[in-house]
Design a protein around this ligand. Structure first.
Ligand SMILES: Cc1ncc(C[n+]2csc(CCOP(=O)(O)OP(=O)(O)O)c2C)c(N)n1
Ligand SMILES: [Mg+2]
Length: 609
């Protein structure tokens, strides 16, 4: 057997033994030894060489999409509380650079990717050889480790070395020892011949090292399905006595940011505190979840004296403002292994784990604080719905607005469903209007909140879970990764419906200061960035089912269909009134909450100001 083929087979064996199940492969010549080995490992039982392990292979043309497919597959694995590495294979050159966006997301979200990039032998580097660049260190600080493996020559120690490399790479990727999973780059040089000569695979070793992610078990037990694809949901410690700085009866809310885990909801419910939970927190739902909380904060936020923060809140300015207020005690539970406890920036107390005393509060049955928040949340939600039912502030059939679309998506998606949210308005609109009794599993790439890789991430989640997934994306977000629709005829197709909120541009900026009338002359071109793309024609080109709806009745009918195969539901919405609509919603909520809270009375011992 030639050295490159032998080395690739040994690596594939070792990766499978270390827990790799899914591999995303992109085409190329230098990566041929890996491509042949992976393809053989993907053959059904009985057709494989007895020494070839079994892997699930996904082939994609575009490395940028392939990287995000791997992000989705890693998120899907985390749903069951597992931290499983997903491998991505590329050839040399710019192919490697195309992984960078997904690597950044994986780095910030703590997702275990193994980047297996083929390279020329060392003697050809720096000589101007074709398709050869400096790949070592190309991802900078976004990877946990870089290994640069010389081209195999068939030496006696090579097999052992490769097995150690594979085990080490997986161990670092899943966070063994650090609790901090993330991407690992293994750069692999190969020399010709790059194609297999004879058939037999090397014997598999008797003993293999199987790296475990640290603390996997407690996460599984606690968060389970509701871990929302998070690999860094916090742990619970056995600390059962309250610290001395703890004050009874401080008006408290729980903020559950991205990947907080179900434990955030448990804390809120066992202490009788209002729960301000982002959609991708894994904690949204239940009696304490306050709908439209970011607007309710405008009325009740001043009374808050203590916040318990879990996960990473990224969606709204009122929450960020609350976390850094000087009259608010802010207790942040850091995400496991995270070097950047963002939520802890303004924290007065930083906890490494959830102390068990936070889970067995003894709140009184008569809880005026919670009652007022719940009344305010219910009133806020009613007010939002009333404005949306009359979006133009006038009679007649108005076009669908962004938040009205979110209402329909939330209503059509419930327990047992999987919802993947794009950045920008879709996740924020949904955050504003969703009030689930039984929430779906919600996931989003909030590591860097990019509008890139969305279709591919959703496809990876669908393929990894083996379940239908609904994605809800803005039009720019959809177009950014329209290449994610490209699933070849030999590939497993996800059951994925992509609902596109199509307002011909980015509308989120209209709600920020950039959208103030003073900047109107240039705003449309450089912030809204209209594109005029024909989504139906694009879908036709990719062989993907497409339906366009412009009214609520057709939207409801389309959302009621079961999600089968790959399809796009394009919803035409109106961007022009976004800024106004937000202002009218905010005003209506303030009025409604003030009235609702007045009728509930004010709690003793808290002075509002
Ligand atoms: C990769 C990347 N580039 C740019 C941005 C900045 N950005 C945030 S939201 C947004 C507009 C998104 O537009 P769309 O998906 O249509 O959603 P809408 O705002 O219209 O709801 C942009 C460009 C980003 N988050 N990620
Ligand atoms: Mg848009």
């Amino acid at each position: 057997m030639n050295p490159s083929t032998q080395a690739a087979r040994v690596l594939v064996q070792a990766l499978a033994a270390a827990g790799v199940r899914h591999v995303v492969l992109t085409p190329g010549s230098r990566s041929a030894p890996l491509a042949f080995a992976m393809a053989q490992a993907a053959l059904p039982d009985g057709e494989r060489d007895p020494n070839a392990p079994h892997l699930v292979l996904h082939v994609r043309i575009d490395e940028r999409s392939a990287g995000f497919l791997a992000v989705g597959l890693a998120r899907a694995a985390a749903v069951g509380g597992e931290v499983l590495p997903v491998a991505v294979v590329t050839t040399s050159g710019s192919a490697v650079g195309n992984l960078h966006p997904a690597v950044l997301e994986a780095h910030h979200a703590g997702l275990p990717l193994l980047l297996l990039t083929a390279d020329r032998p060392h003697e050809l580097r720096g000589t101007g050889a074709n398709q050869t660049t400096d790949q070592v260190g190309i991802f900078g600080p976004a990877v946990r480790m870089v290994l640069d493996i010389s081209a195999p020559v068939g030496g006696s120690r090579e097999v052992e070395h490769l097995r150690r490399v594979a085990a080490e790479a997986v161990a670092v990727a899943v966070g063994t020892g650090t609790g901090d999973p993330g991407p690992v780059h293994v750069n692999l040089a190969y020399r010709e011949p790059l194609v297999p000569d004879d058939g037999a695979w090397p014997a598999r070793p008797v003993h293999t090292r199987v790296p475990q992610s640290r603390d996997a078990a407690p996460v599984k037990a606690l968060a389970g399905w509701a871990s929302a694809g998070a690999v860094r949901a916090p742990l619970v410690s056995s600390a059962s006595s309250r610290p001395r700085w703890w004050v009874e009866d401080e008006p408290t809310v729980v903020v559950a940011g991205d990947s907080a885990g179900l434990v955030a909801r448990t804390i809120a419910e066992s202490n009788g505190w209002p729960l301000l939970a982002e959609p991708s927190s894994g904690a949204r739902g239940g009696p304490n979840a306050i709908p439209a909380y970011r607007l309710v904060l405008g009325s009740l936020g001043d009374e808050v004296r203590r916040v318990v923060v879990l996960g990473r809140p990224t969606l709204s300015r009122p929450v960020q403002a609350l976390l850094v207020r000087r009259d608010v005690r802010s207790i942040a539970v850091t995400r496991r292994g995270s070097a950047q406890p963002e939520a802890g920036r303004g924290a007065t107390h930083l906890l490494a784990e959830v102390p068990s005393w936070l889970l067995d509060g003894d709140h009184a049955a008569d809880n005026t604080w919670l009652t007022r928040w719940r009344a305010a949340g219910a009133a806020a939600l009613r007010a939002v719905r009333e404005v949306l039912d009359d979006p133009a502030g006038q009679d007649g059939a108005a076009p669908i607005t962004g938040p009205a679309l979110a209402v329909e998506v939330a209503a059509a998606t419930g327990a047992g469903d999987v919802l993947v949210l794009g950045a920008s308005n879709p996740i924020r609109d949904l955050d504003l209007v969703a009030a689930w009794d039984a929430p779906p599993l919600v996931m989003a790439n909030r590591g860097l909140s990019g509008i890139d890789g969305a279709a591919s991430t959703a496809a990876g989640i669908a393929l990894g879970l083996g379940r239908p997934v609904r994605a809800y994306l803005g039009d720019l977000t959809f177009l950014h990764d329209v290449g994610g629709l490209l699933v070849g005829p030999l590939e497993r197709r996800p059951d994925l419906q992509i609902v596109v909120a199509h307002d011909d541009g980015g509308s989120v900026f209209a709600t920020l200061e950039h959208g103030e009338p003073a900047h109107a002359a240039v705003f449309e071109r450089v912030f809204s960035t209209p594109h005029g793309a024909d989504l139906g024609a694009l879908c036709a080109g990719y062989g993907v089912d497409h339906v366009r709806v412009t009214d609520v009745a057709a939207l409801r009918a389309a959302l009621a269909q079961p999600v089968r195969g790959l399809s796009v539901l394009e919803v035409r919405i109106d961007r022009s009134g976004r800024r106004d609509l937000h202002a009218r919603i905010a005003a209506a909520v303030t009025a409604a909450v003030t009235a609702a809270v007045a009728s509930e009375g004010t709690p003793e011992g808290t002075d509002s100001h």
